[in-house]
Design a protein around this ligand. Structure first.
Ligand SMILES: Cc1cc2nc3c(=O)[nH]c(=O)nc-3n(C[C@H](O)[C@H](O)[C@H](O)COP(=O)(O)O)c2cc1C
Length: 416
């Protein structure tokens, strides 16, 4: 390789500079302390990643309401909450001139039964089977609650800046609350928050404005957005482009492109929404990114499927994106960014996981649970174990969720 574009720095519209083009995309760590505080295990994990060479580390989901968690042990930023470790965490993650951004999120209806009795959503529409067995039916948010949530997102951005994060990211993808507002399938409101795409994007637009007011013009504010939901009646590619254009005009510093929801998990390439041809050539959402590039100048980070230095460099060279987002490859090899920066041709061995039992693969979110175990090992100061059996992770999850819930789902799968 003659020129390694991954090693070039990137200047954002706010003036901040990222030392290279590799971004560790968010991975929910599920490692906070009870009560939603950060701790020593997160410090260790992020120190390891900061030494690994990425220019940017984006944290996993940080929630804005302790009563609405996406996963157990999420870190929470909300009023009245004090986290004495937070500055230690940001110190660890910003070593080596690394940017560390907090990903701010609310799960909406994607909060599992054992965490939320009655989750909230733009409309009272539940997740489709078999997910409705694991997630309770949501209730519709009131307008007052919507404004309160916007303030909470902004407050979390303020806390992030005060405690040493060098940027923030709104989680606007993967079927969480912002993504629920954007989707006509999940948002069937008839007031100013629903209907046209202009109304559906009001929530995220006001969140962006409120955050910007808190952090000022020189602090990176980003969003992770779906290219589409890949669902009938869901958020489409055209609507996504309208949102990108709008948020760009508002002054967004970086837009990270992903896709899918819990119902159609295209983000990890497991779902059919990602065409075989696309999977073979890596970078699940590259086609979409190429189209978006034509309409906005805002820096774009493309995430999902990247494995080889060649394809990453080609994507940067084509101008389709400005940063490469990596998740699973860095979960099993925290040194992968340094390898990529060395200029050699390198490839991550990451492939889709399977227990060997199709029904089990269908009911356990293996791509999440297996990798979460890898993060936990690094949090304990150990090395990840790329050879760990997927069956072991599946069994641990089943034990965790409880046999009761599983029995019902399994019965349904076997009948099929
Ligand atoms: C264990 C795990 C946890 C994840 N948690 C988050 C999260 O908190 N927020 C988010 O935006 N994406 C999350 N993702 C999705 C990744 O950021 C990324 O979009 C996806 O894994 C595709 O990138 P990859 O092919 O490089 O892994 C998670 C993925 C994994 C494997």
């Amino acid at each position: 390789m003659t020129t390694n574009l991954l090693a070039n720095e990137l200047k954002l519209p706010c003036g901040a500079v990222i030392k290279n083009r590799i971004g560790k995309s968010a991975m929910s760590e599920n490692m906070g302390s009870k009560g939603g505080n950060s701790n020593e295990t997160l410090n260790k994990l992020y120190e390891r990643w900061a030494k690994g060479g990425s220019g940017l580390l984006i944290t996993g989901n940080i929630m804005i309401d302790h009563t609405a968690l996406g996963e157990p042990r999420n870190v929470v930023f909300e009023k009245g909450h004090s986290d004495e470790n937070l500055k230690e965490w940001t110190k660890a993650g910003t070593q080596n001139n690394t940017h560390l951004w907090a990903q701010i999120n609310h799960p909406g209806k994607q909060s599992p039964k054992f965490l939320s009795k009655r989750p909230v959503s733009p409309s009272a529409i539940g997740l489709k089977p078999p997910l409705n067995r694991m997630f309770n039916q949501p209730r519709e948010l009131t307008e007052k609650e919507i404004y309160d949530l916007i303030e909470r997102y902004a407050f979390a951005a303020k806390i992030s800046k005060e405690n040493g994060f060098t940027g923030v990211q709104i989680h606007g993808a993967h079927g969480y609350l912002v993504s629920q507002f954007l989707s006509p399938r999940h948002n069937q409101r008839t007031d100013q928050w629903g209907g046209t795409i202009e109304n559906r994007m009001r929530f995220v637009s006001l969140i962006y404005q409120a955050m910007r007011k808190e952090v000022g013009n020189q602090f990176p504010v980003s969003i992770k957005l779906n290219s589409a939901d890949f669902q009938k009646g869901g958020f489409t590619k055209e609507e996504s482009m309208t949102v990108v254009q709008h948020l760009s005009e508002q002054g967004m510093d970086l837009i990270e492109i992903s896709g899918g929801t819990y119902e159609v998990p295209a983000m990890t390439g497991r779902e059919k929404a990602v065409k075989e041809s696309t999977k073979n050539r890596e970078a699940y959402f590259l086609d979409y990114c190429e189209e978006v590039r034509k309409i906005v100048k805002t820096p774009l980070m493309l995430t999902g499927g990247f494995r080889t230095s060649k394809v990453m460099n080609d994507a940067l060279a084509s101008g389709a994106c400005d940063m490469i987002g990596l998740a699973r490859s860095i979960a099993v090899n925290p040194e992968f960014p340094n390898d990529l920066l060395s200029g050699k041709n390198v490839e991550s061995p990451v492939k889709l996981l399977s227990t060997g039992l199709k029904f089990l693969d269908n009911i356990v979110p293996l791509e999440i649970v297996w990798y979460t175990e890898q993060l936990k090992m690094m949090g304990r100061g150990e090395n990840p174990q790329p050879n760990m059996s997927p069956m072991k992770a599946a069994m641990n999850t089943i034990l965790h969720i409880g046999m009761q819930g599983l029995k019902k789902v399994r019965a349904k799968e076997v009948v099929k």
